[in-house]
Design a protein around this ligand. Structure first.
Ligand code: C2E
Ligand code: MG
Ligand code: MG
Length: 338
């Protein structure tokens, strides 16, 4: 009975609605707690239904989930992980890895992307995407993001001082950080604190953030751009954002998603689609970086298509700061002379 009520509610609530001239539709998930086995008090029952709803969110919109032993266990695990995440931030347990981005023709390192790592998580190793997802749900992404910016800016300063004066840095930004009204002044203050010039910094945002900012006439992106930094759309090709839309925004370039890069090896059509995406991006004045390059064939193909920069395990896996510097020194990097 409860399930059919949930189905009807979802059906009704998913109907598109006209709001301020736009047709919007909500994504609905349902969690169900049953009396008395899932709680004999309203508060407990509703908390358990909420936990089941969190579980439902790991599926497609419209998903319904009953509270169960598994849900209970996962909720406890999530809560433990959340506490652990908080203390990791306080005790300085996070580190950064750096993934080189190389020139597509010379293969010299032009830039590094900072990637968050949590090496000694008590609860075993978690993928960065999972950690970032949890940090986003708990709001911890804001202080963690601030730590990432401060730490990576300090490292870039150290590399510039050590003679890699043209090295650039790319940092990923989450929607929640992006949505804070003080994002631009915060980044400006951190660049000043580290003593780095904005022209060496790239921010990687998602297609979702771009779409959201487009609704307000690029209020956030314009302020970030005014700092003098470059803006790139990460994982390009995973959502429905056209290149024309990107080119009408303050974005400087796109990072072609792994899926497009590997698909380019599969069949003639995918090959042509990848080539066309690079050519159109260039025609619209956008730089193109390919992510997830794993084979020589992909690297050669992308270079032949005129792709500007490449990044992926074919060149190197993400490296700790000192190993990244060794990678620059091994001759793969460009020992910039100013
Ligand atoms: P991303 O920004 O798209 O970063 C690229 C991801 O692809 C990295 O995973 C990298 O290790 C992986 N990768 C790169 N080349 C290859 C390849 O050739 N093959 C394969 N299989 N994988 C490759 P990672 O480090 O696990 O990060 C996952 C995602 O987590 C990132 O995707 C980014 O969205 C997010 N992330 C990482 N660090 C941060 C951070 O400091 N802040 C925020 N907001 N997000 C972060
Ligand atoms: Mg990225
Ligand atoms: Mg990416």
């Amino acid at each position: 009975d409860a399930e059919s009520v949930a189905e009807r509610l979802i059906q009704l609530m998913q109907q598109p609605a006209d709001i301020e001239g736009k047709t919007l539709s909500a994504q609905i998930y349902a969690g169900i707690g049953l009396f008395p086995q899932d709680g004999s008090e309203a508060e407990v029952l509703s908390a358990n239904a909420y936990a089941a709803m969190e579980e439902a969110r790991s599926g497609q919109p419209g998903n319904i989930c009953f509270h169960s032993g598994t849900v209970k266990l996962r909720t406890l695990q999530r809560q433990d992980l959340e506490l652990e995440l908080k203390s990791a931030l306080e005790t300085g347990s996070f580190t950064l890895n750096y993934l080189p981005i190389v020139d597509a023709v010379s293969h010299e390192v032009r830039s590094v992307e900072a990637l968050l790592r949590w090496p000694d998580s008590v609860m075993g190793s978690h993928s960065t995407s999972k950690i970032i997802g949890l940090a986003e749900r708990t709001g911890l992404i804001v202080p963690i993001g601030e730590w990432v910016l401060r730490e990576s800016f300090g490292q870039l300063r150290a590399w510039h001082d050590a003679g890699w004066s043209q090295m650039r840095l790319a940092v990923n930004i989450s929607m929640q950080e992006f949505s804070r009204p003080d994002i631009a002044p915060r980044i400006a203050a951190l660049m000043l604190e580290a003593g780095i010039q904005p022209e060496y910094v790239d921010l990687e945002i998602t297609e979702k953030m771009l779409a959201r900012d487009a609704m307000t006439g690029f209020q956030v992106l314009d302020t970030l751009k005014a700092l003098g930094i470059r803006l790139h759309v990460d994982d390009y090709g995973t959502a429905a954002c056209s290149l024309a839309q990107v080119s009408h925004s303050p974005i400087d370039g796109i990072k072609l998603d792994n899926s497009l890069v590997s698909a380019a090896e599969c069949c003639a059509q995918d090959h042509a689609a990848c080539h066309a995406a690079i050519a159109s991006a260039h025609a619209l004045g956008l730089a193109v970086i390919a992510e997830g390059v794993e084979t020589q064939k992909q690297a050669d193909g992308l270079q032949a298509f005129g792709c500007d920069m490449l990044q992926g395990f074919f060149f190197t896996r993400p490296l700790e700061a000192c190993a990244a510097q060794e990678y620059f020194e091994s001759g793969q990097g460009d020992h910039g002379d100013g």
